[in-house]
Design a protein around this ligand. Structure first.
Ligand code: SF4
Length: 345
């Protein structure tokens, strides 16, 4: 049985856990996962999903057990079948390939990723050169870059900003992947601006609210924690960033784990305070399992440190809502589960 989170003032100096909030599922992940679940209920198995619907092993395995089939590309999907595009988004070329196979697509691209796609299209239509800050090879970056490949140059890191060759046309703008480290991205922009003083900012932040909020929360707990555990998969950009941000913010050590089974007892040597958080694609059950393990190791006192409250929810993809309505099922995100078992601030 886990201890209930307590007020910070009650700490007696003994072993404890500082539990970051917000953590776990964001609105875009919630929507994407519910979209696959509802598609399976409505159309029956198999429903195909291009790439991992969200970057979390547990989520992918659970949906596979329910009948979802994950594929790398559209040509692995039988003609006419249902195909869900993942939360990370796809390029126009992928949409065209799906249409050519007469696939019935459900677009679970996070609306905050779609916003970046639209910015890319708009700037490209103004003949701008776009510096897209993001990780080469990440699905989101491939999708956004695919909107205007002749106009977009990917900037992978602050170091790349020092050397990248682009024509400074005077119409140069930066955009970014939604799940980056806020601080590192600002450093990349700073270095780019040294070389390209005309560089324009995007009209609004591209790093999404969920990524920013989780980084703020982990920064709050990290200075007091000798060890920070981040629950999240290795290919989850925002989860990996959380471990890096924790170290930058003063944690003595930070480890990312997929689940409680990956926690190493050697990490607890000399540790009084453990910080715990999870990435935006991580179901709360995985955090609760780590809390149970920590309680078993003597870290039963849990203080939840809340730096923001989140209540954003996105409507399900349009085509799915239409079909749910036609079938008399609820077209809302009724199965939506917020990630936080939350204690009031
Ligand atoms: S992390 Fe941000 S951009 Fe990605 S799915 Fe969640 S809300 Fe959308």
């Amino acid at each position: 049985m886990l201890a209930r989170p307590t007020e910070r003032a009650t700490w007696d100096g003994g072993k404890r856990v500082l539990l970051a909030a917000p953590r776990g599922y964001c609105a875009g992940v919630d929507r994407a996962v519910v979209a696959v679940e509802k598609a399976l209920d409505l159309y029956g198995s198999p429903v195909y999903v291009r790439k991992e619907i969200v970057h979390n092993k547990h989520v992918v395995q659970t949906l596979q057990q329910r009948g979802a089939v994950f594929v790398d590309e559209t040509d692995a999907v039988p003609e006419g079948a249902h195909l869900v595009f993942s939360a990370h988004g796809v390029s126009p070329a992928v949409r065209e390939a799906a249409a050519a196979r007469s696939l019935q697509t459900i677009d679970a691209t996070c609306p905050l990723v779609t916003k970046v796609h639209k910015e890319a299209v708009r700037f490209a239509s103004q003949d701008a050169r776009i510096l897209l800050i993001g990780h080469t090879g990440h699905e989101e970056v491939e999708g956004t870059a695919g909107e205007a490949p002749e106009h977009i140059t990917v900037v992978d890191s602050p170091e790349v900003a020092d050397t990248i060759e682009v024509e400074d046309t005077g119409n140069l703008v930066w955009l970014s992947q939604t799940t980056l480290s806020v601080d590192e991205t600002m450093e990349t922009v700073r270095r780019l601006r040294v070389r390209f003083p005309h560089l324009q900012d995007p009209p609004s932040d591209d790093i999404c609210y969920a990524t920013s909020n989780r980084q703020v929360a982990v920064k709050k707990i990290a200075p007091e924690a000798e060890l920070v555990i981040v629950v999240g998969s290795a290919n989850s950009s925002n989860s990996v960033r959380l471990a890096e941000v924790a170290l930058d913010a003063g944690a003595r050590a930070a480890h990312r784990v997929d689940n409680a089974g990956e926690v190493d007892d050697a990490w607890f040597e000399g540790v009084t305070t453990v910080g715990l958080t999870s990435g935006a694609s991580v179901p709360e059950v995985l955090v609760q399992e780590v809390l149970a393990l920590l309680a078993d190791r003597g870290y039963g006192a849990v203080e939840e440190v809340t730096t923001a409250m989140e209540d954003l929810q996105f409507a399900l993809p349009t085509d799915l809502r239409r079909d749910l309505k036609a079938a008399g099922a609820s077209p809302t995100n009724a199965a939506g589960r917020r990630s936080l078992p939350v204690t009031p601030v």
